[in-house]
Each structure stands twice: as structure tokens, then as C-alpha cells.
Design a protein around this ligand. Sequence first.
Ligand code: XIL
Length: 639
Amino acid sequence: MKKKKLFAGIVGAVMLCSALPAINMAVPADYSSVYAAESSEPQTTVVYSADFEDGTNDFTGRDGIGTFNVVSTDAHGGTNCLECSDRTKGWHGPQLLLDNMLEPGVEYIAGAWVKAAWYNDVKMSMEYTDSEGTRHFSNLKSAVSQGDWVEISEVKFSVPKNVTNAYIYFECSDSANIYVDDFQITTAPVYEIQQDIPSLKDVYSPYFKIGGAVTTSELAPKSAQDLIKKHYNSLTPGNELKPESILDKTACQELAAQGDETNPQVDIASAREILDFCRDNNISVRGHVLVWHSQTPDWFFKENFADDGDWVTKEVMLKRMENYIKNVFETLEAEYPTVDFYAWDVVNEAWLDDGKPRQPGEQGSSGSNNSAWVKIFGDNSFIEPAFEYARKYAPEGCKLYYNDFNEYMPAKTTAIVNMANDLKEKGLIDGIGMQSHLDVGFPTASDYEKALKAFSETGLDVQITELDITTSDTSEAGFETQAKLYSDIMDACVKYADSVSAVVFWGTTDDKSWRASRCPLLFNEDFTAKPAYYAIIDGLDIPATEPTTEAPTDVPTEPEIDFIPGDVKEDGVVNVFDAVALRETLILNISQSDGLTEGLLAASASDTNGNGTIEVADLVLLHEYLVGKDVELTYYKGE
Ligand code: XIL
């Protein structure tokens, strides 16, 4: 009778846990030794350098403007430097052609010393022309010169595939002379990612998708691709599907000149590398974003799509909105029929923290509260038609979200809930996206959870769409604090797993984050996992459960055991560390037996399939169990 009760307790614990695993996300003290990354410094090679010492110069003027001389007055290193004079605009400056010099899609690091008169922000920038003929410009990094030499260093960049006229160039705030010296481009180090740590998407597969945002340049290193393939089963293009990235101004204006003011043309060239990657690796895509006040050019709202045009009427804008949404979905369907666009942010950031709509107006440098949508519609009444059109043109199965930040500010939570309930009644919305750009100091996990609860109570799906947690304290203790909040937030998501269908981290490694200076992500620059990663991976921890006192009468008699099947480390829980320990045992066994995987005779927690030997099959079964597959762990019961 006693034996029966104990067995029932163990089986009950295993069954209960696979249905509703409890969570225990402490950071184990011995993580770093378990998962210590191999440390061999990756090599880099210089692919181009210019110190101007031999008097030659490969730089030319932007649009042919400027006079370029190698001069010997006050160089940074050696005797000579490059002087660019006769500039009349900030963007006039020295440019270096990269075509045929660098391999597209590969990451490089550039650095230079620069100087400009008085107080000047000198920028290192990049330009290229995409396959549709559109020129793209981006500022890579800048440094302030007050007439002295300043360094612009460690500038990571890549030239996208299928582009031409790619340049690195220098510009500054005014028309002062720009000086450049000791310019260099090297290959970026290629890091091996940690392959033997648990995959986030597997660990969380019983609950929700695990995703990441990525930009084209961030995707360039093979290590980033490996990291994404290992951990994420959802990818959000970080900028590449935003209106400013895909609206084709020239094509819009051409159509307007022919009399059609209402059919915004799109060109998804800038998203291709990411979408190709998703297609080739079978990764689902979160589309981001259709209707937003930010990263949407003002000319989109102006007559003739002209920068200096008057604002269009609400009627015209409604038609533009419908056609824009239609064109985006149709273009993606035509070019990427096999990619699973499983979710799209239809409207982003329409409510302020006080629960009111944004101010009407152009984006403007200081007016981040301004919305051109509110300017045209007078209020937030543009939201409903946006969802109507998205519903009309989105592919079948694609869920539609309202997405926002500071979503835990009480007045904002209420505004979003009210709007969402209204749209839900009309059958227009599927879910709420919580961006979740957090900081270790704010909000608390319990305030965050309140918002999560309120959103889940709408009955709509919830996705955590842009999770990152900044910390100004980047010491070991600071990263532990960050890990704790990450752990608490993931706990909350697991608690509401019935409502939450995806958790997306806003990036890959800290150095590539849009908030890089405060290290907000799970992985370091060298792709090793941070404490925050380790704090969230034991999402399937299973606490030991007390044996039940009443045994069902039909349970057969079983031998008495004093361990939990799969609890290799005998700490009362079955989790990823047991898999790690079992793997180590097996590796040791293989090496001791000249490569033969001889089974260790066993009657213990490691023999998860209960056949009397400890072998790779036990590890496979344990892994399947940990990732939520419908399997049961057992133990050796004798012949
Ligand atoms: C950010 C990108 O990550 C940056 O690269 C870009 O410079 C600005 O936008 N909320 C959103 C995202 O919905 O689109 C924003 O992404 C971050 C805040």
C-alpha cells in the first residue's frame, strides 16, 4: 500500500508538471562554469587603410563637390592627412567607394581620426543604391571635434547584397574643412556562438514563440544568423518594413503627376535580406508596422507626395491608407508566398501615457509626440479604418495587433483596453502588443503584470513585441539585477501563457541594440549569454511535489524509489541542468570507452527510459520532456 502511494505521487508530479509547469527562475551560482564559453580571440584582417603618407588619396567628393588635398600640416599620425575644402553644405565631404572592395553581407569594422574647425559633429556615414535604384543613407557614428583630432572607432557595418554605389563618407554640421587621417577597414571578428546551451525557442515551446528583432546590418555576421536560428522562431525586421523604409517616393510622385494621388507605391528592397533569411530558414515573421506617427515621412500626408505640399484631406488619406496597406500585403504575398507572416502590428503608439491621443503635426525633431495621422483625422479615429483595411488585405491566419510602449502606465493601459474591446466587438483586432522597453528601475514586475492581466482579460491575444531591459550599472551586480527583472517578466508571461502567444526580444547582442549604451539584451557583443539569459532558461523548472496521500485504487504495485526520474542532479527538480549533467556523464563514458556509447548500468534518475542502461536515448527522452513533448520519464524497475 505504501509503495502504491509513492509511485502515484511521482507519476502525479510528472503529469501535473507537463500540463502546468511551475516556474523557478533563480540564476544558479554555477552557471558560468557549466556554460563557460570557449575563449579564443577571433582574428581580424585589414582590408583597406589610408594614412596618406605616400601622398595618394582614394577619396572623392560627394556629388563631385569639394577640393581634396593630401596636406602635411598638423596630421594625426605621421606627416600627412587628407584635407577636404570648398564644401558648401554639411553633407559635402570625402567619400570612399566600397564596390568591389568589400564582400556584400559580411560585417566589417571601420575607424578613422577626423578633425573639423571649431565645434563640429563629424559623422561617418554610409550610402548605397538598392536594386530598384533608390539611394539609402545612414549615419554610422559621430564624434565632436572642437578643432582637434577625434577618433571615430569600432564602426561595425556591412554592405547589403545586391546594391551598387556603396560608399563610406564623412560629413559635418557646417561647411568647415574636414580632415581625415588613419582611416582603416578591417574584417569583423567572427565568433562561434554557444551551441551547447539550451535553445530559448525550445525551452519556451510549451508556452509561446520566442522571437527577436533584427536589422539588415545586424544579420550580416554568421554568428548573428546562427544565434537567431538557434534561439528564435519568430523574426521582426527592426526597421525594414516601416513606412519610411518601403514607401517609394519617386513612384508615388510619378503616379500623382498622372493624376492618382491615392495609391502609395511600395518597394520592399530594404527588407529582402531579412525576408530571404526567414524564407530560407523557415522562420515566421512579425510584420512591423503599418500605421505609425514615427518613421513615416511627412510627404506621405502631403499633396502630390511633396515635402512642401499642403496636408491632404481625410478622404484622400483614407484612400492612401487603404492602398498602402493593400500594396504592402500584396507585394509581400507576391514576393514571399512561402513566408509565414503570422502577425502584423497594424497601429503603433497612438496613445500617450495619459491615455490621450498624440498632438497633431509633423514628426519634427523635437515633436516626438506629434502625429500626422492626428493632424489629418483630428483625433485617433484613423485607428479603426487601419484595422478594417488590414483585416481586408492581410493573408489568412495573420493576426492583427495594436502595439504600444509604456503600456503599463495605468491611463494608457485603460485607453488601450477600451480601444481594443471596441475593435474586438467589431471583429477587427486579434491582439495587443506590449513593446516592453523596460529599465531595471522601472516598472516593477508587478506593475508590468497588472497591464498583462488587463490585456489578457480582453480575451485578445497578447504578444510581448519588443522586450529589452536597460541597465546603467553594467557591473556583475548590475547584470544580476537585470537578470532578476528579466526572470520576473518571463515568469509573468508564463503565468499568462494562455493569452501570450509570443515573446520577442528587441535585438540580438547588446552592442547592436538601439539602446546599446545600457546593454539591454540577453547576449554580449561576443555572442556569449549574459546572466539574463541564464535567468530565463529554466522556464520549465519543475518543483518536487509532495506525494499525494490518497492513491487511486487501480495503480499497479511498483518498486519503491527515492528519486524523481530525470532529476539527475538530485536537487528535487527536473530541468535543463539535469540534461547538461546527463550529457556530461555520457561524454565521459564515451571518452572512457574508446568512442563506444556503452550503457552505464543504472537504476537511477538518469535512466529516463527505464531500460537498465544509461545511454544517449535517455538524454534524447529527457530533452523531449523538457521542451514539452508528450512523453513520460520512467526508471529501471528490474528484470
Ligand atoms: C527603433 C529601431 O530599433 C531603431 O533602429 C530606430 O532607429 C528607431 O526605431 N518602438 C517601436 C520600434 O515600435 O519600431 C522602435 O524601433 C523602438 C520603439
